[in-house]
Each structure stands twice: as C-alpha cells, then as structure tokens.
Design a protein around this ligand. Structure first.
Ligand code: HEM
Length: 268
C-alpha cells in the first residue's frame, strides 16, 4: 500500500474506509503523523532499494556460483574467526567505555610516596567498585582474545588463499587492522602506570629512538619526551580511548563491507 501525502483530513477519511483493528489504525495514524513531518516512508523505501541493490554481489560468491550452500567447508569453524575478532572487539569497546568512567590518566600521586592516581583508580576498580574486578577482567580478556582471534583469522585467510585477487585490498586493510590491534594492546598496557607499564613505555621510547635520522623527533611526538612521563600517559590515553576506537571501528566496517560485496572466497 502506498501512502500518498494528503491533508490529515483525507487520511482520516481513508482510514475510516478501511477495515482495520484499533491497533492497526492507531499504528497507521502514528506513521502518517511522523511521515508528514519526516518523510520516513520515502527514506525507508530508499533504504530498502539500497539493501537489495547492494546484495547484488560482485563478483558472485563461489557459494552462489556453484550452489555450494550445503558444502561443509563453508561452515568450517575457522571461517568464523573474523566474526570472533569483531565480537571480542565489541566486548572490549563496551567494557572499556565503562572503565572510562573510573580511570584518570595522571602519573602524579595524591600524597608523597604513594602510587600514581592512575594506579590508584585501577586499584579502586579492582578492590572497591562493585563488580569492578569483573569489568576490568572482561576488558583485559576480550583484548587478549581479540589479538589472538585477529592473528588466527589472518592465518585462515592466508592458508585458504583468500588474500588473492580480487581480495588484495581487504588483505592490506587487514594488515593495517592487525597493526592497530597491537597498538590498542600497547597503549592500553601503559594505562595502569605500574612498573610493567612504565618500563614498557621505556622500551617503546628506545625502540623509536633507534630510528635513523628522525628517531628523536618521532619519539618526542609519540611519547612527549625521552622517558615515560605525564605527557606519555596522556598521549597513550587519547590514542587508546579516542583515536583508535574511531579509526578501528571505521576500518572494520569497511573491511566487512568489502567481504559483503565480494563474498567469501573458496579455499584455493
Ligand atoms: C579487527 C580485525 C578484523 C576483523 C574484525 C575482521 C573481520 C572479518 C570478517 C567478519 C570476515 C568475514 C570472513 C571471516 O570471518 O573469516 C573477514 C574476512 C577477511 N579478512 Fe578480516 N578481520 C580483521 C582482521 C584481518 C586481518 C589482520 C587480515 C589480514 C591481514 C584480514 C583479511 C581478511 C580477508 C582477505 C578477508 C576475506 C576472506 C574471504 O573472503 O574468505 N582481516 N574479516
């Protein structure tokens, strides 16, 4: 049924002429009210046609071409590692957003001789916050699982030859994604600002200092100095909770969008 835009009055007449239950006519009245203001029906139809157009895969997936829907390799568990990477990323993002309510990126201490405020906040989450230990554990475990899943997903793609034409771009995008996943891990590792974090920061500093010619400049830019400090922690914090979530989410969406368009590769 198409809903032409007439005056409210005309719709009332039209509605009265239909054999509708009170629920149906109530629903239609709301839909017409909203549609007269926001054109939702047009936009829904546009979305629907976009959906059907984008389902025309190019090239046709191997499954579609050879009608392999019922063949076991398609369901081979290793083909779900990409989705598993996505799932663990979502869990890490949600638990990380909740941890963000309690974390403070400060290396200074509340009193001389005490631990950094960053560390104290983590101790608070672990010891005092209701289910805080669980929240932090979920975040750390999902981050580890994501790293493992992404790596194994990459192996699956490699050993089934799924990186070959026409999927080279998605492979390259994957290389960027695995690098950013590791960067997520490194920047997050520094946030508790304990001994492990501090010395991991020092290793990072020295790693970048070893770059010929531009080493000092790059280290200054990334770490805010040549030994871990407040500037370092603040940089790691913003990269971890602001930059990376935006960039990785966008790239994962493009990555999966490309899989949608190209279809899953058959094992070569
Ligand atoms: C955040 C990390 C990643 C996520 C969330 C992700 C997600 C996915 C998903 C859901 C698929 C569909 C097929 C499947 O699940 O196996 C896929 C396919 C693919 N991924 Fe990833 N991926 C990630 C990282 C990578 C990496 C590191 C590489 C390689 C360097 C890669 C290369 C590919 C390629 C080439 C395909 C197409 C495979 C085919 O058509 O069979 N991805 N990815």
């Amino acid at each position: 049924m198409s809903l032409e835009r007439k005056g409210d009055h005309d719709h009332e007449g039209w509605l009265a002429g239909q054999d509708l239950t009170p629920l149906e006519s109530g629903y239609l009245r709301i839909l017409i009210w909203v549609d007269r203001r926001l054109r939702v029906v047009d936009y829904l139809e546009l979305l629907e046609s976009l959906y059907y157009r984008s389902n025309l895969q190019f090239p046709k997936s191997h499954t579609e071409q050879y009608d392999l829907d019922n063949k076991f390799w398609y369901w081979y568990p290793l083909y779900s590692l990409g989705f598993f990477s996505l799932l663990s990323y979502v869990v890490a993002a949600v638990s990380g957003a909740l941890l963000g309510f309690y974390y403070v990126p400060a290396v200074g201490s509340a009193a001389p001789g005490e631990a950094s405020i960053a560390y104290e906040q983590i101790a608070f989450v672990m010891q005092d916050l209701q289910f805080g230990f669980m929240l932090r554990s979920i975040h750390r475990w999902s981050a580890q699982v994501m790293t493992a899943a992404v790596f194994l997903h990459m192996l699956r793609v490699y050993f089934t030859g799924a990186y070959k034409e026409p999927r080279e771009l998605n492979w390259l995008l994957g290389v960027v994604l695995i690098s950013l996943t590791m960067l997520f891990g490194y920047t997050g590792y520094l946030l508790p600002w304990d001994q492990l974090a501090f010395w991991a920061g020092q290793i990072g500093v020295e790693l970048f200092l070893s770059i010929p010619l531009v080493g000092e400049w790059v280290t200054q830019l990334l770490f805010g100095g040549f030994s871990p400090s407040q500037a370092t922690l603040q940089r790691m914090y913003i990269v971890h909770v602001f930059l990376l979530p935006f960039v990785v989410t966008t790239l994962v969406a493009i990555h999966i969008g490309i899989v949608w368009v190209q279809g899953i590769a058959e094992p070569h």
